[in-house]
Ligand binder design. Sequence first.
Ligand code: NAD
Length: 491
Amino acid sequence: MIDTLHCYIDGKFERSEHYFDNINPVNGEKIADIGEASQAQVDLAVTAAKRALSSKWGAMSVQQRSALLHKVADRIEARLAEFIDAEIADTGKSLYQVETIDIPRAAANFRTFADLAKFYTGETFVTDTATGEQALNYSVNKPLGVVAIISPWNLPLLLATWKVAPALACGNCVILKPSEETSSTAYLLAQVMDEVGLPAGVFNLILGRGKYIGDALTQHPKVDAITFTGASATGKHIMSAVSSGVKPLSFELGGKNAAIVFQDADLDKAVAGVARSTFTNCGQVCLCTERVFVHRVLYQAFVEKLVKAAEAIKIGYPKESNVLIGPLVSKQHQQKVLSYYQQAKKSGAKVLTGGGVPSFGDERDNGCYIEPTIITGLSDEDPINQEEIFGPICHVSVFDDEYEVVERVNNTAYGLAAAIWTENLSRAHRVAPQMDVGLVWVNTWFLRDLRAPFGGVKLSGIGREGGAHSMAFYSEPVNICINIDKHPYDN
Ligand code: NAD
């Protein structure tokens, strides 16, 4: 187990002036000290990244960079058990999830973008001019420079590497600032970068609390671009804080995602799918469902089965067999989600299951556990149906008509994802593009191809990540125009 986490700056692990506690959400106990970066250390990291950009990383060929990123993936896999333990210690999420999603997908991010970089080429146009001459226009993809990467706590390594891998593959140097709640796998990643011999300054790790060190990083004049995944409120703050610098921004923000269960859905498939989309990772995936709309003919049967599915979920220690749900990430987040449970009851919601904190009669009662919860009876405009809760809760509503449900689903300030459950192919194709979101799943959820576009609309974000979309964000195409004179005899 790691007992002290340090920043990694210019190829060295650095001590900090100030340390804060890393808390295990399973039992509320301290597990490590986290060194918080000072403003001076942020500056050192950015300066080192700038230097490495032209002198080391920039001088390497795409093939050399790609080979190093493959080695990073190999080392993550070689140290799989350590990464799994670190992610579980920080988040309390189940072993099943960490070993099937969080860590393997992080290694896959490095392999995918290492390979894509080799084939990401520019454009070429032959231009005929009005005077009968020609020009050759082509583009060269250059890195943006120093990229600040700010990541959240819900899928810590997966979401950090989703940005680190393409940014490095495109030739940028990076400063990663993971969430203060979940710094351990980012710390291990820094060790891996060191082990594979990434030149000093190419990858830097800055630890600390966003409200103390976030501005020093995002507003640093030598930071060329910012890529952020987190809450919409933090995104708004970053956007206004950096506006004077006019830097490229990529934002993956919150969601208030809906699932629609049409009258022609396969009921059991839909119940299993919505249970998964609501309760995975204790509801702490930006793509999780919080609003469920069910056609009147299936409503009763659907609700009864969904309640049974929720009550069958085993909550417990992350490594206990068959445990699907661990705790929420922190006491603060547990209080936030609980306050929504209480607010829902006050507003007259009917609680079909859950609504409180489970009691274990052991150390876990000091942890951050919460019950999977299903409620009904609130209007679409109620804050419970408008604000992102980010916990294991959904509100179920009845609907009668396709036009009606499309309008109701789109009636939110967010626009990240939607899931449609129907066996009617025409309905699926008709409804999916009408969703005001960046991702629509039909008869599935959280099935991702790393090459496909990922991102949200409205309060859910700006820009797209994934495959060529990430490559496009992390590089700048420069147009080079060569004049081709006519042959002298042709004048
Ligand atoms: P958060 O916004 O509180 O924190 C995210 C990161 O921002 C952390 O590293 C934090 O330290 C940092 N930060 C905080 N204040 C900052 C500041 N002033 N300047 C710079 N950085 C600052 O979010 P969270 O609670 O860690 O994550 C949960 C949120 O993330 C939810 O809203 C969820 O929907 C969203 N999320 C979105 C996606 C997506 O792809 N759209 C994916 C995962 C999570």
